[in-house]
Structure formats: C-alpha cells, structure tokens
Design a protein around this ligand. Structure first.
Ligand code: HEC
Length: 463
C-alpha cells in the first residue's frame, strides 16, 4: 500500500513529495488544461459566430479589461477590433491564461468567489469560432453593448454606503514608457481605536487603472530596533475586475489603532504619462460593539526548504514545502500563492493524521508573476479544518528554459524580494473557530448538502 506519491506538473517538474507523505496513497487528478482539440465530431450544428456566440462571452468575461482605457492591451468590444486577435485569443483561452484567473480545473475546491474562469463550454465555443475562420455572423445577432459600473463608485457602495475610512497612496508619476515599476509608500490610516473590518476595496483612478496592474496593502509597524517597518498583516489584494473582500460576519479581522498601511503597487507604463496618480483603499468597519465570535486574520505562511534557504541552480528545479497546524479548529477563507518568475505551481492540501487522508484544497499549476490572485472560497465551501490537521503547502520551481516565464535559465536564483529572486510563501485568511463553532458549521453544511441532494438543483457548469 505504500505507493510513492508522484506528481507530474505541467512544466515537466517530476516531484516525489517528502517522506511524511510518501506512505499516503492518493488519487492525483491530472492538472492538464483542456486542449480544445477534441470535439470536432459534433453533428453539423449551426456555425459559431462572433455576434451570436462569442460577443456575449466577451461582454461577461473580457471587456471589463479589454475596452478602451482599461488594462488590456487591446479592445475586444467590436468584431473589427477583435478579429486580428483571434489566434492569440484561442491560445490564451485554451491554455487557461485568459481571463487571468489561474486555478486548476477539476482539482480541489472549485467553488470560488470572483472566479473569472470561463466554463469548458465557453472555451470550446471560442476555440470552434477561431477554428472555423472567426466569422462575424449576422450583425443583427449582436447583443446591445454593456454598460459597466461607474469606475468612480466604490465597489460596496450600494450595499454598505461610502467607506468609513479611505487610505490613499502618495501621488506617483509614471513615465510614458519603460519597465515595470513598484510604488511602496507608507501612509497612516488615522484610526484611533481597534475596530473590526467589514469589507475592503481598492479603487484606482479612471486614468490610472490601465497602468495599475495590481496593488497590495499590508499593515506595518515601525521596529525601533532595526529601524525598519515590519508587516503585521495583509489588508487586501487588488487586481482589476475584482470588487474586494468582505469579512464574514462571524469573524473579526482587526484593524489596529494607529495602523500604518504599506502599499505595493505594480504599475506598467501604457505609452502615456500618468501624472500624480493616487490609488485609494476604502475600508468599511463593523460597528464598535460588533459581537464577532471568532478572530479572522490574513497572514503569511512560509514554505521552507528542508534544512536551508531557497536556492535554484541554473537549469535546475526545486520544491519547497511548509506545514502548519493550528491550536483550534479553523476555517480557511482564502488562499493566495506568492512567488516570482521561477515559481510554476503551488498547492494547498490538508493532511488528517487520524485517518491518514491527504485532501487537495487548491492547485495552481500555471502560475505567472504577472497576476497575483487571492482565491476566495465560496461561503459553503471554505475548508473546515479540525484541530490537529496539517496544512501542507507545496511550491514547484523551474529554472530551466521549459518555464515560459523564466527570463534567464543561466542564473543561480536565491531568496529575495526582487522579481529576479524567489520567494516561497502563501497568504491565507483564516477564521479561528472553537470546538462548538466547528461542529455547528459542519452540521449546517451537512444539512444544506442534504437539502440540495434531495431536490437536485442544477449547478452552473464550471467543468
Ligand atoms: C482582469 C483583466 C482582464 C480580463 C478579465 C481579461 N484580460 Fe486579457 N489581458 C489583460 C491584460 C492586462 C493583458 C496583458 C498582460 C498579460 O498578458 O498578462 C491581457 C492579454 C490578453 C491577450 C494577449 C494579447 C497579446 O498581446 O498577445 C489576449 C489574447 C487576451 N488578453 C484575451 C482575453 C480574453 C479573450 C478575455 C476574456 C475571455 C480576457 N483576455 C480577459 C487583462 C484581462
């Protein structure tokens, strides 16, 4: 029964996991993306056209970024704008690289909030459309243009009103041309009491949003001893197309009094100078007397190398692994891998010592440093982890020429925060439960599951 647990990752990294896990037999689903080459056998159906079949998908899933003055490099609104990109669209969509939400299908939890991925059916429609010459179809079939939310309005304004606190970056001027730029100002929040965060949302300026690829924020404290600012907790992660995060009402994520926020904005020049750009973060607070049962936090969990630092030789590969156990039962609310150019994949699993079971929670096997996404689990699917269970976090690094994102396979790569160095940690939002809370949440879920299996509600097809 002790069968070695071998995984073949997409980048060609062959990995045998550490001795602890070797004895565990597990079914490892394939992480291969849908390749879009099958399915040509369907009976002669109506032709797939832009106006009837493709435009509605683009309106739902692409145009927020691919419209004039947004972050996408081209507009995908009209047929004329779209047609020259047909080949590139097919390849990006089939590879699961666009929309930019990298998360493996059919592996681990598939119920996520703000999941940008297309369904397999939508991918097939786009592939078929391109394969049949990317025809326009009948102009009368074109759906009316969509109007997008006013980008000046806060994401949760309709629900919660304007934010209680707005934290701004210091103004930044981005030249018209050049390399990626990181802007990391530290700013005060002005809050004078500890409070519980209800929601967080980041809003770039309308002019700046084409250049602001992502913006992360964390609380920092000044360390008198070292003279440095040290991060205490992550606040939020922003990428265009994402509203923000709401902290579940049973949890309190503390916003500390007199907190300082450090921004980490990734700008990319757009060809036009951006003057004095300011990005804002809105924070909504629960009332002062908010009776949250549990503490929620969003922290960094390290994946370390056995007995050493993260080092990757030229043309080499490596694996990092980290383990974490909690003193109480917990609920995992979100998962965001972190790494740079040599990282190719990351997984989060749960190991149950009592049964020897290892369960896959999330797997990203086509990581790119271009997009840092926090994967937020849907309310009824956020993993409930019993006391004593172990979070198993694994990172896969590829410094060979097989890794498309690798700028230079001849380099030795060590640990560090420059993108040319590597890092190995994940940001995980955790609600710290007690035994009674854990049992109650589990029972509530089981009851709901029973109710749905009894009246078999069709689910949106994400397969
Ligand atoms: C959240 C914003 C966002 C969404 C949603 C999005 N894109 Fe993109 N797309 C980008 C950005 C930014 C780039 C350029 C950087 C990159 O490739 O990561 C890009 C690049 C591309 C490219 C490559 C262009 C080139 O230079 O070759 C294609 C093709 C593409 N997107 C198609 C799509 C399609 C089709 C959809 C919807 C099914 C989509 N994108 C959804 C932001 C987005």
């Amino acid at each position: 029964m002790s069968q070695p647990c071998v995984r073949l990752f997409k980048a060609g990294v062959l990995v045998v996991t550490s001795a602890l896990l070797v004895a565990i037999s597990m079914a490892q689903p394939s992480a291969e993306p849908f390749d879009g080459t099958q399915g040509g056998q369907a009976p002669a159906a109506a032709p797939v056209t832009f106006t009837k079949d493709v435009a509605p998908i683009f309106q739902r899933s692409c145009q927020q970024c691919h419209q004039p003055n947004s972050i996408g490099p081209m507009s995908l609104v009209t047929y004329a704008e779209t047609r020259p990109w047909a080949r590139s669209i097919r390849s990006k969509v089939v590879a699961g690289e666009m929309p930019p939400y990298r998360y493996d299908r059919n592996v681990g939890i598939q119920h996520l909030k703000d999941d940008l991925r297309l369904s397999e059916k939508e991918i097939q429609t786009i592939a078929k459309w391109v394969d049949s010459g990317a025809p326009q179809g009948n102009p009368a079939d074109m759906p009316p243009p969509v109007t997008f939310d006013n980008p000046n309005e806060w994401a949760f304004e309709k629900q919660f009103g304007p934010p209680d606190i707005i934290v701004k970056t210091k103004p930044f001027t981005l030249p018209a041309r050049g390399q990626d730029v990181w802007w990391r100002p530290i700013v005060p929040t002005g809050l004078d009491k500890n409070r519980c965060i209800k929601a967080v949302s980041v809003k770039p300026t309308v002019k700046g949003r084409a250049a602001a690829h992502h913006a992360n924020t964390e609380f920092v404290e000044f360390d008198e001893k070292t003279g440095n600012y040290v991060e205490t907790e992550r606040v939020s992660e922003y990428a265009l197309g994402k509203a923000g995060e709401i902290v579940p009402p049973d949890g309190c994520r503390t916003m500390p009094a007199n907190a300082l926020v450090r921004w980490d904005v990734h700008y990319y020049p757009t060809g036009e100078e951006l003057k004095n750009d300011v990005i804002e973060m809105g924070i909504w607070l629960y009332p002062e007397d908010h009776q949250a049962k549990y503490k929620q936090d969003l922290k960094l969990y390290l994946l370390t190398m056995k007995g050493g630092d993260l080092e990757i030789p030229p043309h080499g590969t490596t694996v990092t692994q980290g383990f974490h156990t909690f003193k109480t039962p917990v609920r995992i609310d979100s998962f965001q891998p972190h790494g740079h150019f040599r990282l190719v994949g990351k997984t989060l699993e749960i190991f149950y010592p009592e049964t020897g079971k290892l369960e896959m929670v999330s797997s990203i096997s086509n990581w790119t440093n271009n997009w840092h996404t926090s994967h937020i689990y849907a309310d009824d699917h956020a993993p409930l982890v019993p006391k004593g269970a172990v979070l198993v976090m694994t990172g896969y690094y590829d410094n060979t020429a097989n890794n498309k994102g690798n700028p230079d396979p001849d380099q030795w790569v060590g640990p560090g925060s420059r993108t040319a160095d590597e890092m190995s940690h994940s940001w995980i939002a955790v609600t710290h439960l007690d035994d009674a809370g854990y049992e109650r949440l589990k029972a509530e879920r089981e009851a709901k599951q029973k109710a749905t299996t009894n009246n078999v509600a069709p689910q949106r097809d994400r397969q």
